[in-house]
Write a protein that binds this ligand. Sequence first.
Ligand code: 5AD
Ligand code: FES
Length: 351
Amino acid sequence: MDNGFKNIVDELKNTQSITKEQFVYILERGDKDDLEYLYAAAREVSEKVFHKEVYLRGLIEFSNYCKNDCYYCGIRCSNRKADRYRLTEEEILSCCDIGEKIGFKTFVLQSGEDPYFTDDRICDIVRAIKKAHPDCAVTLSIGEKTKESYKKYYDAGADRYLLRHETANEEHYSKLHPESMSGAYRKQCLFDLKEIGFQVGCGIMVGTPHQTVDNIYEDIVFMQELQPHMIGIGPFIPHQDTPFKDEPEGSVDRTLRLLAILRLLFPKVLLPATTALGTADALGREKGILAGANVMMPNLSPSNVRDKYLLYDGKICTGEEAAECNACLRGRVSRIGFTVADSRGDHPDFV
Ligand code: 5AD
Ligand code: FES
């Protein structure tokens, strides 16, 4: 037994703050018993805010065209082997119709940075979804744009925006992205999105090449400044047709520790147990919920394109239909003693 570990967990829970030394300790030390203490503390905080409810978000991957060339990502523009596709507005709308029938109240529209989807096209799609499903939230996850573009999406009715910052450290950022991309601009996007009024999600991959524990602490400091409404984290998983194909996969254990720390630091934040976590470990998503996460994002994309939106190798759910993922996740949630929420699942400050 290690009292140091538990004392840090208690202090973290009581103060919602953590020093770098304490952070390193929680990430790297502790036995099984200590970890259970950490996860129990995170669950307790999560339960106080969310009452053992898990929010489901239907994820629609509507285009895998991307003008960017991030070294980690399977749909980077240099990957000539990626089989590119775009959904039509009608196809996207029909995904939402199916999604609402199976009980989803949030649709997450995600794509690569695809110039075909101009602001006008995005706004048309958002308006059409909100018209057909006025009780549902629309989340966009379509990358870096200008503040003017973000404002247009917001005015068209989009509620939330996901843009992982990937790493808060400039030098680390430059090891994951080509020179044409800038970590500073990405952070600026997040501040712009917040100012416009979106519920905003940032996030990182755990275990990307060259990532240090210090880097992750910088991510936490950045999040404390941004105060995001959502934080998406999952392990890095290599993709065979990228420059990082031979790099090791990120650690599930480290991802779970980080989820718990984030729950204790940000009690009200929306924290998904991601598909990457479920890919790296068959029970990863359940473990994520039991470590303080409160969101799951079942795939709602049409089954004929699912095996094309591959950011990393081995992605789960590429052979399933929307209804199957829905039933699967509902089962997983109830087996660990949680329930699926009926509400839209907004951040507590937006209810
Ligand atoms: N492994 C895990 N996650 C990845 N992402 C992109 N490529 C990978 C990968 N190889 C994540 C990024 C991106 C989000 C949509 O998916 O963090 O922001
Ligand atoms: Fe898709 Fe389990 S969530 S099959």
